[in-house]
Structures are given as C-alpha cells and as structure tokens.
Design a protein around this ligand. Sequence first.
Ligand code: SER
Length: 311
Amino acid sequence: MKRILLTGAAGQIGSELLFELRKIYGNNNVIASDIKPLLAESSEHSGPFEFLNITDRVALFNLCKRHNIDAIISMAAILSAKGEQNPQLAWDINITGLINVFEVAREMKMKQVLVPSSIAVFGPDTPRDCTPQETILNPTTMYGITKVTGELLGDYYVHRYGLDIRGLRYPGIISNKTLPGGGTTDYAIAIFYDAVKYGKYSCFVAENTRLPMMYMPDCLKATIDLLHADFSKLKHHCNFNVGAMSFSVKELATEIRKHIPNFQIEYKPDFRQAIADSWPQSIDDTPARKEWGWKPAYNLETMTEDMINAI
Ligand code: SER
C-alpha cells in the first residue's frame, strides 16, 4: 500500500490532485502538505494535513518518517511570473526543495516520486510548433531554468540511485476550483471568471498569443496515468511532453462569445508577454502516447462549455 506525501496541496493542481489521490489510495494514506492551509476541504475526502516548508530538509524527513511515507508527489513550486519577480525564491523552492525531496526519497528508499515540469523548459530558440520531446532547452525565465535543472536532477537520481522518479511538462492548466498564482498562463483562467462576472476582460498578453493548454480533468488524468505507468516500459522519466489543446487568446474569446455573446476583451500586454513569446505554441507528445498511453479528452469547445457551466 502506498503512503503518499503531496506537497503544494493547497495549490492549483495540488488541491484537485489531493482528492483524486485520496479516492484511489484512501483518505488517510495521502498526507497533504503546504506552507499555507488548505482551502475548505469536502468532508468526504478529508485526511491528514501538515504544514511544511519544502526547503527545510529535516522537517521533510521527519514528516516522512512520522507518516511512513513511501511515495512523494511534489507540486510545491513558484511559477513563471512570480519567479521573475523573485528569482532567488524560485530557485530555493523549485531546486532546493526538489533536491530535498530526492534526497529524502533516496535515504528512505521510497517506491516512487513524481515531480512536475513545464513547457517553460523551452526557450525562444526552440521550434515553436509541435515542439518535439527532444529539442533545444534554453529557457529565459528562472522558472524555466529550475524546471530544466529539475528534469536533469530527476533523471540523475533515476540512473545514479535507481529511484523511480517520473515527471511531465504541464502546459497551461485551466481549472475552476483553485485559482493559480503567479503564472504566465493565468490569463486563460482569469478570462472565464471576468467573462461570467463582468462580461469583459483586460488581458495581459496580446490577442495572437498562442500557447499549449490543458483542462484540469486531463491534467489529473495525465498525472495519475503516469503515476501508474509500468516503470520498466518508460524510456523517458522526468520530462514527458503532454499536449491537449492550443489556442490564441482571440480564439478563446471567440469561443467564450458562443456562450456570452456580449463578451468584451481588451489587450494590455505586460512583462508576461515576453515569457509567453518564449514558449511553444503547440506540443508533440508522441513519447507520452507511446510509453504510457497518454490521450487527452478535452478540446477548446468542450473545455469552454464546462468552464462556463462550472463558474
Ligand atoms: N502555468 C505555468 C506558468 O504560467 C507554466 O507551467 O508559469
């Protein structure tokens, strides 16, 4: 039986992944942790919670010992936009925190570790359309630098110590339960809230900005599917490209207008435009499809309809 520690459990992905994991492994076998308290938890899936600063290796080790943890899913991270405002903090959480996870997993001989990567590993000199799995990784953000480093570190621990570590490059994740914080792709969520509430949105990237995106149910599915994949069949480990949909802000606004006909949008690009421009427009995820059967369910139309109904 797995005893899982989920870090970043109060975050955008963590808060929804927590419930999925508890459904599969049992409420008491998934220990939620974060530096901040969890949002209101439904009693059906409530379970243990611990405050944890992931940069504190001793606290992480003691927590894992106390709960007999044999797997860590580490979602604690500083995202791209916040990382540019505080690069040192991004390094501390995303790298010092990550190596703490790997070291504790190594010391305790854990069964499995899953760590997220991101499309932010790519940079302006990467091919932007159908970006392949194996390509140039020269990111220009501190977030991207920490994600490339994280992928390499993860693969190092796989090969050097025989640990089972897996990871995937999330695109922008769109969801309606917990808001993201400090990411460049946050506009693709904020647009829905403002469209439903005010009928208008002021967007911080330009209308032709096109990025790869994924709806939360697919993000959860990708994460769980990779977690359950047969390790012996994986040729890649910590860096799987995963694609789902790709659209410009203009195309998203047009789709929203099918539900909210008077929706208005204005464009006021800020520093996040340069970050978006350095990332791919669409992703080739052939290895994920071949090695563990990845297949998304949602596209722009079905995601938009679901988002608007949910909000
Ligand atoms: N959603 C993330 C960000 O915008 C990308 O992984 O920072």
